[in-house]
Design a protein around this ligand. Sequence first.
Ligand code: KE4
Length: 430
Amino acid sequence: MTFSRSHELFSEAVKYMPGGVNSPVRAYRAVGREPVFIRRADGAYLFDEDGNRYIDYVGSWGPAILGHNNPVVISAIMDALGRGLSFGAATEAETTMAKLLCGAVPSLDMVRIVNSGTEAVMSAIRTARGFTGREKIIKFAGCYHGHADSMLVKAGSGLLSGASPDSAGVGTAVAASTLVATFNSLDSVAALFERNKNEIAALIVEPVAANMGVVLPEKGFLEGLRDLCTQEGALLIFDEVITGFRLGFGGAQSMFSIRPDLSCFGKIIGAGLPVGAYGGRRGVMEMVAPLGPVYQAGTLSGNPIAMAAGIAQLIFLRDHPELYRSIEVQAGRLFGGLAEIAQKKGAACTVNSIGSIGSLFFTRGPVRDFSSALRSDTKRYSVYFSYMLENGVYQAPAQFEALFVSAAHTDREIDQTLEIAGQSGFNRYV
Ligand code: KE4
């Protein structure tokens, strides 16, 4: 494979954008190589500017659950284009989207549509503070909830590829109102509630963590969070930006039968266009302007083209529930197969997966929280990543991310991936 055109493009990009990218993880610094520049995508495949073809397991970090360039989504976009790009006014499509979200997720009485997962989270947090009159927020080490100041404390995802899980530039006062607990440790949460009696507005959690790599909630953990928030008068916020419409049409909260007070969405609901949403029970959402005193706004919120894309994808998923099962079967073959190869080669490797997402940790398991994830050998991950990339398999360019399987991944792609992984001589990573 040659990467000369990507190299040229990267050399140009770094002159005008920090790190040559518009989101840190895309710079491949965590895997110690220059990024490939993607020219187009189709189905389960990406094609870079050098003409290299890859089986894609990032899927734009989640939105492409139907595969890239899905004809149903594309035709909905084309149809909407003819009617204009953006009006800054109410449209029927926004009500259609809101009804789809509320119809799919039992805890949603009302939603507000925004432009990203970050915006959904920061707005949900502001709403929780407005509703409770309290200030402090509990989050979990290693969970990532977008780049709003208060969430950049012990955060996951791209922060783990950099120098520190805490971002510079976040005011000390802001950071002080963010309390950090340990994922899968109810004791750590109870202790924070004890020490901050009646001061905690909300607890936010990825119900299945996917930004320290994929880490599953242990039995009773999510139920325990629900109970603790209820008894302490704090709101439970599920950040379902990744799990929403991924772990089934009702997301993680339906899978685990938990009813959060607020939920955040993104990615799949925009089908690759910029869409986020937050919502919850009516009493809480009625705090949001213009109904209530919590202000939140957005020029492009509910953008007609983005709505058309998201509505088409959600309706397709709603009307083809069997898709979730078939995607999960393929994901099971992929993650089970990778675990088997690693085991056969004696590689110190743990695979966590659920539904159509999973992660390969280069450490002996179990990986059940931030500290056990951090034991991963990121150097070995980099070697594995590069080998797979150079053999046509595109995975997350960082250890602490998730892999995403789509409806476009068939036996052919899974078999090819496993064959390449098998050749890669996991023994190189023993
Ligand atoms: P966005 O603002 O990037 O749309 O969403 C932020 C966000 C919120 N909550 C969760 C659980 C998320 O995973 C994300 C964003 N996910 C990362 C992938 N780990 C996006 C990729 C990137 O940052 O470039």
